[in-house]
Design a protein around this ligand. Sequence first.
Ligand code: NAD
Length: 471
Amino acid sequence: MRHYVGGGFDSSGVPLPLIDPTRGTVVGEAPSAPRELVDRAVGAAQQALRGPWATWSPADRARLLHRIADGIERRFEEFVTAECADTGKPRELASTVDIPRAVANFRSYADLLSGRGERSWHTATPDGRGALNYTVHKPLGVVAVISPWNLPLLLLTWKVAPALAAGNTVVAKPSELTPGTACLLAEVMAEADVPAGVFNLVHGGGADAAGQWLTEHPGVDAIAFTGESRTGGTIMRAAAARLAPVSFELGGKNAGIVFADADLEQAVAGTLRSSFTHSGQVCLCTERVYVERPVFDAFTEALAAGTRALRGYGPMVSAAHRDKVLGYLDKAAADGEVLAGGGTPRFSDDRDGGFWVEPTVLAGLPEDHPAVREEIFGPVVHLAPFDTEEQALALANAGPYGLAATVWTGDVSRAHRVAPALDVGIAWVNTWNLRDLRTPFGGVKASGIGREGGDHSLDFFSEPMNVCVKL
Ligand code: NAD
């Protein structure tokens, strides 16, 4: 594992161990960037802004993004292997979601660039000759991209692609738990002839390490961050000192609402997917489901049975995260009902040293219980009944977060009434995680600031400037 700074690879810094989450064994190490290297990465990014990169046209940048996408595709299997080694997720998931989405991230911003024009206005003036106003979009400058461990390559490229599309230079810092795919991405950048300093990669932790040094660096002009809400607060304070703009995708405690008129089979299958994909370690996963009382028992029974039958799921990313999730399960078992799972699976092989948690269904907890209110970020869902649409909305909208929600109903009018009334950035009706990369993506309340996706990302990563010409 290496850093990538100013177009060169570098291994400086204290090595941090990399642990295989499926077995709990040390399988490698990644260097933790010293402060001097973070400074050098920001310096290289600043210098690249003043180099030939500044003269590249949108079409040039679009072609570069396609070359990067081609490079990931060429090394597809290596990326899948690195993604699984980092996170422990099943190969099927990495090869159908994470790596193809990383490719799509670069391609979609390349395509978007090609179709994006600038706006202009003709303005009347008293002399009758008028003026022409037009907008030009300039890059923000050096952008720090800081990403979490759950979808390491997908979320990193979701920011790097639009940042480069808009003409910025980037210093990226992936999670210290999952540096593997980012290292491969740096190699792809070099192979794709990305100009030196346009993309830089530093490894290391957050507090008192590369993450903090990057966000506090006066040479960093903007910060795009995905991670925990608390970390977002810390980064916002660092950015506030120099008024640097931030784009934040943060935590969630996503609700699902199942109405009695829903196709129950579809709602159960959808909730199994929305709660347990990547063992619940997706920010969009459903952690609490409100079910209309007449179908509560039937839904609960079917979901618990479906959960017990789940096979081929992956572990938690780390021992610390596994312990956090199990801590919530202990409290939940003491205060409510465990309808499926609730503990650690036994394999009777070396996987017993890994960080596994059984997919778990809970019920009977009060709404202010930590397992119902706080983000667990594991394979855990709590079920509770409701009686009226208003009550369902109030329950779903309670709490500090507002990222995503699912609504399961067969009534079209109700779907259009309930979905927009949810205090979230993304609502899915009769589906989950169906993504069109042009749509706005992000959260309200403690779940984020700003929107990513399509034009929204390009707008964040560029500064619109107006030019007024008197005719
Ligand atoms: P985290 O906040 O602990 O870490 C995220 C990144 O921030 C890592 O690279 C980490 O090293 C860095 N970091 C930590 N402290 C820092 C500091 N003081 N200064 C600068 N950088 C710092 O989050 P995590 O545990 O890696 O990820 C899980 C969280 O991410 C969950 O809360 C989840 O909901 C959230 N998430 C949100 C989205 C979304 O789109 N809204 C997507 C995925 C994950």
